[in-house]
Write a protein that binds this ligand. Structure first.
Ligand code: HEC
Length: 154
């Protein structure tokens, strides 16, 4: 009897503390498109790489993590390429699927290049950072062209 009460109380408290709210926000993640779900992984790698190339000390310490995350990007770019609903639905582009494929290939290629840089013991933080900036342009360009409803998705 007593135990039941405690369980109920604990549940109420957990709910009040925001665990309930977390449970309710989960479906939003599940609703993400297959591409959206990949992009969430992409974003995690971005955090690792951005942090790892922030300055010389950080790069020295995290070079291996940067390499792994960049390799993962190349893989995720290849996984993303066939998920081209956004390109198929795009208007005002002569050949949107071709543009999509080019950007995905470029993203994969530049990510492999970053992995190669980070794999070299004598590479510099500046080289890695410059290469990250090159890759970020690819993200931005594709989002500008194809991620039309981004802001009002929730
Ligand atoms: C060739 C196109 C393309 C490239 C390159 C690309 N993205 Fe995306 N990204 C998209 C599209 C399209 C969406 C919208 C997906 C959806 O909601 O269905 C998206 C969504 C996202 C989202 C939102 C995910 C969510 O929660 O729904 C993030 C974050 C993101 N991209 C990060 C990145 C980063 C970082 C890079 C580069 C390292 C990148 N993307 C490269 C096309 C691209």
């Amino acid at each position: 009897m007593m135990q039941r009460k405690w369980i109920a109380l604990a549940a109420t408290l957990a709910f009040g503390l925001g665990l309930g709210a977390t449970a309710f926000s989960e479906p939003a993640d599940d609703d993400a498109s297959p591409l959206g779900q990949i992009m969430e992984k992409v974003q995690k790698n971005k955090a690792i790489i951005t942090k790892g190339t922030r300055n010389v000390a950080s790069y020295k310490k995290s070079q291996k993590e940067v390499e792994d995350a960049a390799k993962d990007w190349a893989k995720l770019a290849k996984e993303s390429k066939p998920l081209n609903d956004a390109a198929k639905a795009a208007k005002g582009q002569a050949d949107p699927v071709k543009k999509w494929d080019e950007l995905m290939d470029l993203w994969a290629k530049e990510s492999e290049k970053l992995a190669e840089i980070a794999a070299k013991a004598d590479s510099t933080q500046k080289d890695a950072k410059d290469q990250l900036n090159t890759i970020n342009k690819t993200c931005t360009e594709c989002h500008q062209v194809f991620r039309i409803d981004a802001e009002e998705s929730f």
